[in-house]
Design a protein around this ligand. Structure first.
Ligand SMILES: *Cc1c(COP(=O)(O)O)cnc(C)c1O
Length: 381
């Protein structure tokens, strides 16, 4: 099924708008590209980017594993993977799920314990909580690494500094827990490829220091998420980033170290297209303004939470002018774009589309002001 004009108009007719069309062929292609260019790395899709059962199923069938960060996310993925036969090792669940939130409530840890999960941590209080509530968990230390130039910065909230990393590994060991390896996150939509180089080098130093201080049980490196989606031409090709990552990994980490990554945005961003309709039209201060039935409290929430911007295409042609696109709510914050070139003759009911909006969009949609979230339409799944 191809997402052409006819398909979109038929879908609007059948389902109404706002509509979010998710193309599972693209999800599979993105996952395949990730595996092809990073052959040493097992991908754990970060389900928070687009939390959806159909997407989990498609990726599971393609061989993907999953990164979860809450109990509902864990349960959704577990429902999908639990029928897998136990594999080589008893802790097969590690092959399919990592619980990658460094801060977990005690009740979450108690629930997780029976699964013998792999979890991340970055501080002493967390060691105490894990020892008390989830003694069967395996651990990965989340390391603080530079997030320079990422669209979404994370290093101020999470991560042990490189200077305290080995102390935290030894402290967990002393508490009777096993630290399996190191994880980090370079920041989301990282177009500065040096972040990965620096982070991999920092992690290699921690591995070495841990060994020299007598801790030899680490066997995994988790290079996190941050892989950029090709939103525009300024994003260099993924294969260039992959080449850089591969050469650092091969230089610094022997083959017996298992390497994983947690791509979220890269897998789903390009797989979804938002379809809205014009519900109002006005000229304000000389500028043409279109009001549509989706906005920043809804599918375009990434404008606020993800620091992302989106653009529009009109299914109808015509002479274009610079306009503003507003969302449907009463709040003046609900501005989707201040600078879109759109045909000036569009009418109420005309259809606009916005591509590359699969990541961090509908997952943070609200029902503010009574406007419901977009309906999701899966194709090619
Ligand atoms: C959000 C998140 C991811 C996914 O990040 P992307 O930038 O979407 O690839 C991966 N790992 C962790 C721990 C996260 O918090």
């Amino acid at each position: 099924m191809k997402l052409n004009k006819k398909f979109i108009l038929d879908a609007v007719e059948e389902h109404g708008t706002p509509l979010l069309i998710v193309d599972h062929d693209i999800i599979r292609q993105n996952y395949a590209a990730f595996r092809k260019h990073l052959p040493r790395i097992q991908a754990y899709y970060a389900v928070k980017a687009f939390t959806n059962e159909e997407i989990v199923k498609t990726l599971f069938n393609a061989g993907c594993s999953f990164d979860v960060a809450s109990m509902p996310e864990f349960n959704m993925v577990y429902e999908c993977v639990k029928y897998m036969p136990p594999q080589r090792r008893q802790d097969w669940i590690w092959d399919k799920i990592i619980y990658a939130h460094p801060i977990k409530s005690e009740s979450t840890l108690r629930e997780l314990d029976k699964y013998k999960p792999l979890v991340t941590y970055d501080n002493r209080e967390e060691i105490r909580k894990i020892r008390k509530n989830a003694p069967n968990a395996g651990l990965a230390l989340r390391l603080k690494v530079p997030n320079t130039g990422a669209m979404v910065e994370l290093s101020s909230k999470f991560g042990a500094s490189p200077g305290e990393a080995v102390d935290l590994i030894l402290a967990a060991d002393k508490a009777g827990l096993t630290v399996e390896g190191i994880s980090f996150h370079v920041g989301s939509q990282t177009t500065n490829f040096q972040n990965y180089v620096q982070a991999i080098n920092l992690a290699a130093n921690v591995f070495q220091e841990a060994r020299s201080r007598g801790y030899r049980k680490m066997n995994l490196l988790d290079i996190g998420g941050g892989f950029p989606a090709p939103y525009d031409k300024s994003v260099r090709p993924f294969r260039e980033l992959a080449r850089t990552i591969n050469s650092e990994l091969n230089r610094l980490f022997p083959k017996d170290i298992q390497i994983l990554a947690e791509p979220g945005r890269f897998i789903v961003a390009t797989a979804a297209t938002e379809v809205s309709q014009i519900i109002g039209k006005a000229v304000r201060d000389g500028k043409l303004c279109y009001y549509i039935n989706d906005g920043v409290y809804h599918t375009f929430s990434g404008i606020i939470f993800d620091h992302c911007s989106y653009h529009f295409e009109s299914l109808k042609g015509g002479k274009k002018e610079l306009c503003t696109v507003f969302g449907p709510t009463c709040d003046a914050l609900d501005v989707v774009s201040m600078s879109e070139m759109l045909p000036s003759r569009l009418k109420i009911g005309d259809v606009l589309t916005s591509r590359n909006i699969g990541a961090y969009s509908i997952v943070s949609s609200t029902s503010f002001n009574g406007f419901p979230s977009a309906k999701i339409l899966h194709i090619n799944n």
